[in-house]
Design a protein around this ligand. Structure first.
Ligand SMILES: Nc1ncnc2c1ncn2[C@@H]1O[C@H](COP(=O)(O)OP(=O)(O)OP(=O)(O)O)[C@@H](O)[C@H]1O
Ligand SMILES: [Mg+2]
Length: 954
């Protein structure tokens, strides 16, 4: 991350921190030398001062990249400390900031800060432009999914679609996103008649992603619940209201408000109040559906009941999530022309099969195994010879066998009920559980022998039970586990396997059977809920694994990250399109804006020529002697020149390679790639189960229509090339990567033809507790889930945009400067665009094309924005200095005047006292002289008189 800002002393900044990700600080001093920029910042929380230093890059037009080394944060070592600006106002307005795109400085610390503030106030939803961020609360928040709220969002959406402006927009919510999808679909279908070109535009998709435990599945369920309620009410209302859902062209025209209110209240009255979330199945109550129908379940009910079924067979307890979905899914909710929910199609991706045969500590196998053991009636358990989880190899490898706060027995009841609602017959239900039981027994079978494996007599009973429950003969089962069929010179031969190979064959068979069972369940669920009429529109909800980067990353992570790259590419295209629309709307020329493209990574993974990683893997798997090491070597030889691919010496020795994904570099370890990619069982094993005496079990191995078609094509191709280089087994020969690649291609084709809505789920802490936010992990997730990339993309080109008025208000202080440069006054205020252009053109040093003035907004390139911000800061600074000077002058002058006045008073007093003293002295002098004179006169006179009388007498 790079941050730019005209940083000044006193500025609020964010400083990277190894524990808190980012901490707030204030710049105390800033010194620039010829080669570096040094800053002392005071960390707000601790009050400590920290020294930061950055080599100074040539200052390009005011833009300054600040990438500082932090020397002062204790224990922080070499962590780069960066100092993007923190908006002072952010502190106050963070909680109320519903859309982060409104931040002038939209960067990682700002997003982190606002999300933390909001989360602390139980506000879990926030927009970042077109993305809804949802932070998992790990607790029930009162009223968050209540009927009243649902009703409010429904009503707001309805009014908005009818052109009624919202006074007070509702805060971000998953209901709002679901409603936006629904409204867009309805509005688009009103604009297109059947068969119109562009009618595809009515289809929507809601793409939910996030790491494990972030809340994707719960979010997807809220969306499904919202759409099923709204979609059902449409029909009900259609019958009673003339203004709302009348005809495919049903933008309401009159009495809209009243109709909307009526519809909303009836929607709400039929929905359940927000029920507590549980990590188990059906976290949201569907009780509102219960009374909706009698006899056959309604379509909404069946659609919602698909969740417990998929969760029982496809979810498991992991260290990261007690109810972790171990597969990806895309549920297309289908609506008819009246906006009524009529069906749904489910597509699943990449079930994690290795879990069936091995589980790490703290994790469990799929819920189905424990539900079977906890919820099956005792007689049935005895008949099938089942024990407790600790008695079966596939459920006892981990010490964790239960769930916190949930009982497998109760969950089994829910599954059973869901299967029944979905229309599974008793025989089918029994068949499903019987197969799971068979796998538990098969897992207990072990082999003995030195070179030639045979079933260990101690586990012969398990083998017999497994065979019986699978509907096959025990010797046949033992044979496919301990022997391999070979075709030599047109003859069929059997080669005996070693005990280790037989164990691998057993596990492979179990994985295959369970995988087939899962696919079969999904297919049956689809049969029950799918609506086959092509004319309907749909809203697809994608609940898929987010970007993964672990200590050891394997084939699964490559597939998952490949998926995320695909979705990211789609997302980039989408943001690009939105940007283009904004530029077009504003009349901005966008020809020279470059947007990021991750096609090079996708090419590296999926290209056929030169072969991408998946093609290389397939090639390796066809070779008789090839292994994971040779795949890693081939990958290195083919892609060493790619900037996205690298292998260090150390990695080479460990059969590793690194890919630079959009979310960061991931090191993959090639061990197990080939086996995981082949994921096949010998044709004889598949044929054995396909010939099961139980129709349900046999049907797991019936080729799906697509497989049948692919097999036909393959057979035709094989006939052409006389079968050279092909393996037996029809559909079986497709590798996992080939299947997945084509699944992903078709998913992307579907998604590309829809209007997308994005939800990124965020896991606030790894302990799954409420109110705790682990800031480092949050930042990591923002990077991985593409939010930061999205922000980056949307801020490429002209990242800062301000409405004309806001621009003029902010930069009015630069008018005198511009006027001095231009030598003439600016255009009048009534012409804001002209005034804006005049202002920017006269500020000097702004490069050509660094800003554009649109119809309502002014668009800046980063450098231009930084440059005028710098000018603004310097004008404000010098104004502040002048103000300070005036204020200081006033203060000191006032003090001086007061002092002078005081001095005068004092002087006056002193002088008068002295004068009085002087006067008194003079008066006393004069008095003394007078006294002396009189006294002298008297004595002289007396003497004279005496003398005269003496003279006279003489
Ligand atoms: N909106 C919510 N409100 C309350 N609790 C929630 C919410 N979303 C998720 N949770 C809690 O978090 C748990 C994990 O959520 P969820 O199973 O949806 O994660 P996920 O993203 O699908 O993970 P995975 O990738 O492992 O399947 C849930 O079982 C529930 O307890
Ligand atoms: Mg999930």
């Amino acid at each position: 991350l790079r941050a730019t800002a005209p940083m000044e002393a006193g500025a609020d900044v964010w400083v990277a921190d190894k524990d808190q990700a980012w901490v707030r600080a204030v710049v105390e001093t800033l010194t620039t030398s010829a080669s570096s920029l040094k800053a002392t910042v005071r960390i707000e929380a601790t009050g400590k001062s920290v020294e930061l230093e950055s080599p100074l890059e040539p200052d390009g037009g005011g833009a300054r990249d600040i990438k500082m080394r932090n020397s002062g944060i204790p224990g922080d070592g070499d962590t780069p400390a960066e100092a993007p600006p923190a908006e002072g106002a952010l502190r106050l307005s963070g909680v109320g900031l519903d859309d982060l795109i409104g931040l002038t400085h939209l960067h990682e610390p700002a997003i982190l800060h606002v999300l933390c503030l909001r989360y602390a106030s139980n506000i879990i939803y926030t927009y970042t432009g077109p993305i809804l961020l949802a932070v998992n609360p790990f607790q029930r928040i009162d009223g968050l999914y209540s009927t009243e709220l649902l009703q409010k969002y429904y009503l707001a959406g309805l009014l908005r679609s009818q052109g009624v402006d919202e006074q007070d927009p509702l805060p971000p919510h998953v209901f709002a996103t679901a409603d936006a999808a629904y409204r867009s679909m309805i509005d688009a279908s009103a604009d297109y008649s059947e068969g119109d070109e562009g009618a595809d535009a009515m289809n929507q998709s809601v793409l939910v992603s996030g790491e494990s435990g972030a809340g994707k599945t719960e979010t997807a369920k809220v969306i499904m619940r919202y759409l099923s309620i709204v979609g059902r009410e449409m029909k009900r209302h259609h019958g009673s209201s003339s203004s709302m859902a009348s005809s495919p062209h049903r933008k309401a025209r009159s009495g809209a408000g009243a109709a909307a209110a009526a519809a909303a209240s009836s929607a709400a009255s039929a929905s359940s109040p927000g029920t507590p979330l549980s990590p188990g199945q059906g976290a949201f109550s569907t009780s509102h559906m219960e009374h909706a129908t009698t006899g056959a379940a309604s379509v909404e009910e069946r659609i919602l009941k698909s969740n417990p079924i998929l969760e029982t067979f496809g979810n498991a307890r992991t260290v990261r999530n007690e109810n972790s979905s171990r597969f990806g899914k895309f549920i297309a909710l289908q609506f008819d022309d009246d906006g009524q929910l009529v069906g749904s199609r489910i597509q699943t991706y990449l079930l994690e099969k290795v879990r069936i045969v091995s589980q790490s500590d703290g994790e469990r196998n799929y819920h189905a195994f424990y539900q079977l053991l906890a919820g099956t009636p005792a007689e049935q358990l005895a008949e099938w010879g089942l024990g407790k989880p600790k008695d079966h190899h596939y459920t006892n490898q981990s010490s964790t066998t239960g769930l916190t706060g949930h009982s497998d027995a109760e969950l089994r009841e829910e599954t059973e009920e869901a299967l029944t609602t979905m229309g599974f017959s008793e025989e089918q239900r029994l068949g499903v559980w019987r197969t799971v039981a068979a796998l538990l027994h098969l897992g207990n079978v072990t082999f003995q022998g030195d070179e030639e494996a045979e079933v260990d007599p101690a586990t012969a009973e398990s083998a017999e039970r497994a065979a019986a429950l699978l509907g096959v003969s025990e010797p046949d089962l033992a044979k496919v586990l301990t022997h391999k069929r070979l075709e030599v010179g047109g003859k069929t031969m059997f080669k005996c396997l070693t005990p280790a190979d037989a164990t691998t064959a057993r596990d492979a068979l179990c994985k295959q059977v369970y995988g087939r069972l899962f696919e079969w369940l999904v297919a049956r669920v689809n049969d029950s809920i799918r609506h086959d009429d092509d004319t309907s529109s749909f809203i697809g909800v994608l609940d898929i694994f987010g970007f993964e980067s672990f200590l050891v990353n394997s084939f699964e992570q490559l597939c998952i990250n490949y998926t995320n790259e695909k979705l990211q590419q789609h997302f980039n295209d989408f943001v690009f399109r939105l940007e283009q629309e904004e530029y077009d709307r504003e009349g901005i020329d966008w020809a020279d804006i470059e947007f990021p493209d991750n096609q090079d990574i996708l090419g590296l993974i999926e290209d056929k020529r030169p072969p991408g990683l998946l093609a290389l893997l397939d090639e390796t798997c066809i070779m008789p002697k090839a292994d994971d090491g040779s795949f890693a070597d081939k990958a290195r030889d083919t892609h060493s020149s790619s900037s996205r691919f690298s292998v260090s010496r150390m990695q080479q020795s460990r059969r590793q390679f690194a890919i630079r994904h959009y979310a960061g570099e991931v090191v993959y370890t090639a061990d197990g790639f080939c086996d995981k990619n082949k994921d096949s069982i010998p044709a004889e094993a598949a044929e054995l189960v396909a010939a099961s005496t139980f129709a349900v079990t046999a049907s797991f191995f019936e080729p799906t229509p697509e497989e049948a078609k692919a097999a036909e094509e393959e057979a035709a191709a094989a006939a052409k090339s006389q079968g050279r280089g092909r393996r037996r087994g029809g559909g079986m020969s497709k590798t996992v990567s080939t299947q997945f690649r084509s699944q992903l291609q078709s998913l992307m084709t579907v998604v590309r033809a829809t209007s997308p809505h994005y939800i990124r789920c965020i896991k606030p802490n790894s302990k799954a507790v409420p109110k705790v936010m682990e800031r480092l992990s949050l930042v990591q997730q923002l990077r991985c889930n593409g939010v930061l990339e999205a922000v980056r993309v949307s801020r490429l080109g002209y990242p800062v945009r301000l409405p004309h008025d806001a621009f003029l208000a902010r930069y009015a202080c630069l008018l005198p400067r511009a006027q001095a440069a231009a030598g003439k006054p600016p255009p009048p205020q009534s012409q804001p665009a002209e005034r804006g252009i005049w202002l920017l053109s006269n500020l000097g040093a702004l490069e050509d094309g660094s800003f554009q003035v649109g119809k309502t907004k002014i668009f800046f390139r980063k450098g231009c924005y930084d440059a005028i911000e710098k000018q603004r800061t310097s004008v404000l600074r010098s104004a502040a200095v002048r103000l300070q000077a005036a204020a200081r002058r006033f203060v000191y002058r006032s003090r001086f005047l007061a002092a002078r006045e005081a001095a005068v008073v004092l002087q006056c007093a002193v002088r008068s006292r002295l004068a009085r003293k002087q006067l008194r002295l003079l008066q006393e002098n004069r008095a003394a002289v007078t006294v002396q004179r009189i006294a002298r006169g008297f004595t002289r006179r007396l003497a004279f008189l005496r003398y005269r009388s003496a003279v006279v007498s003489l």
